[in-house]
Write a protein that binds this ligand. Structure first.
Ligand SMILES: Nc1nc2c(ncn2[C@@H]2O[C@H](COP(=O)(O)OP(=O)(O)OP(=O)(O)O)[C@@H](O)[C@H]2O)c(=O)[nH]1
Ligand SMILES: [Zn+2]
Length: 362
């Protein structure tokens, strides 16, 4: 028992399997076989259809709305898979890339009634693996035997539910001195979750007094803006302005949270950019992909701040959700410090959409 994986570790394995295209089994009162639509291969689709039964493609209500499919299950829908379903059909239901060129996938018929718990959990798991949120699912009669014969990871649904709903605790791993242009008194701290997910970083500048509100920034990773100097967003200038202000005040803490693309990952963010090139705004693009407009959990930030000994911040942000989430998770926001930099002709509409639809302050 000591050596075997616990449920958190099994879920990490399951995410890796799903990313590779290997199916998993969700065991519970309704045992099912689960594959991520994004990584489904022709051979596995053929194998699935040969098993018979009633396979479905579970998609989020956001994606269902675009496809005019009925989300009888509330936050998701179970689209019946035609018995001769082609891989192209599965991928085009899951992926909006060709929606405009090929708008009709249907009419799509959806299952209703019965226990849909495994379908919802499968979508959550696939989302946490940063894949398109769409799951091909088939009921299994002898799940244990099927899993053993095929060497598949088995996840106990009841054990997995609370783990997927909670956030994994973050542990400090190491910190070291990091002299930087903005301040020679820099220190980089690494935090690691238990669930095999992304590590997050804190850049401490100076030696801030723990008994006073610290100048802080919760920065979400943006490869395109932070590293490549993209003009499509304002992340790079915000990152540098926040660091510069901390440097000139002599104190501060910048959390670099690896929640790229507002929590959907860089690949899905690029899918969203591709939809933006087709005329959708940043919020519509996320919805067409099946995501909420913002999938981030800023409580990660308060967990890190608390573990570093901070209980009160002067938060550099224009996003009221960050302020609310900090306060709700026990870090006092003594002051919101606006961070208005980096507007240009390419990101003007993006910033206007964030103000109009996501509540960002102008
Ligand atoms: N999904 C998606 N993510 C984006 C897009 N543009 C930027 N991002 C990501 O958005 C995050 C930055 O969020 P913003 O909304 O700019 O700012 P914020 O962090 O909510 O608020 P501020 O504290 O005021 O900067 C980063 O993770 C970027 O990778 C986009 O078009 N689509
Ligand atoms: Zn950005």
């Amino acid at each position: 028992m000591v050596f075997g994986p616990d449920i958190t570790e099994q879920l990490a394995r399951a995410r890796a399997d799903l990313r590779l295209g290997v199916p998993i089994v969700l065991a519970g009162s309704r045992p099912v076989l689960v594959m991520a639509a994004e990584t489904l291969t022709p051979a596995r689709l053929t194998g699935l259809l040969a098993l018979g039964g009633e396979p479905v493609l579970a998609i989020t209500a956001r994606r269902a709305e675009t496809l005019k499919a009925h989300a009888y299950d509330g936050s998701f829908a179970r689209v019946l898979l035609p018995h001769d379903a082609a891989l192209r059909w599965v991928k085009s239901v899951a992926d909006p890339a060709d929606d405009l060129r090929n708008p009709m996938k249907g009419p799509l018929t959806c299952a209703r009634g019965g226990d849909a718990t495994p379908h919802g959990l499968a979508i959550d798991l696939i989302k946490s693996a940063r894949l398109l949120p769409a799951a091909v699912i088939l009921d299994l009669t002898d799940a244990a035997q099927f899993a053993m014969q095929n060497g598949l990871t088995v996840i106990d649904l009841n054990a997995a539910k609370p783990i997927l709903a909670a956030r994994s605790p973050l542990h400090p791993v190491v910190n070291a001195r990091l002299p930087m242009e903005v301040s020679e008194a820099g220190r980089l701290h690494i935090f690691r979750p238990d669930d095999g997910g992304e590590e997050h970083y804190a850049i401490e500048i100076g030696r801030p007094d723990r008994s006073k509100p610290v100048l802080a920034r919760l920065h979400s990773a943006c490869f395109t803006g932070d590293i490549m100097g993209s003009l499509k967003c304002d992340c790079g200038p915000q990152l540098h302005a926040a660091m510069a202000q901390m440097g000139s005040e002599g104190n501060g803490v910048l959390l670099y949270l690896n929640q790229e693309g507002r929590g959907i990952g860089l690949t899905n963010k690029m899918r969203a950019y591709s939809l933006q090139d087709q005329g959708f705004d940043t919020v519509e693009a996320n919805h067409r992909l099946g995501f909420e407009d913002d999938e981030r959990d800023f409580r990660l930030g308060s967990d890190i701040l608390k573990s570093m000994g901070f209980s009160s911040v002067r938060l550099l942000t224009n996003n009221p959700r960050k302020v609310e989430m900090m306060e709700a998770s026990g870090v006092k926001v003594a002051e919101r410090v606006p961070l208005k930099v980096g507007e240009n002709r390419h990101n003007h509409a993006y910033l206007a959409t964030k103000a109009a639809k996501s509540g960002h302050l102008l």
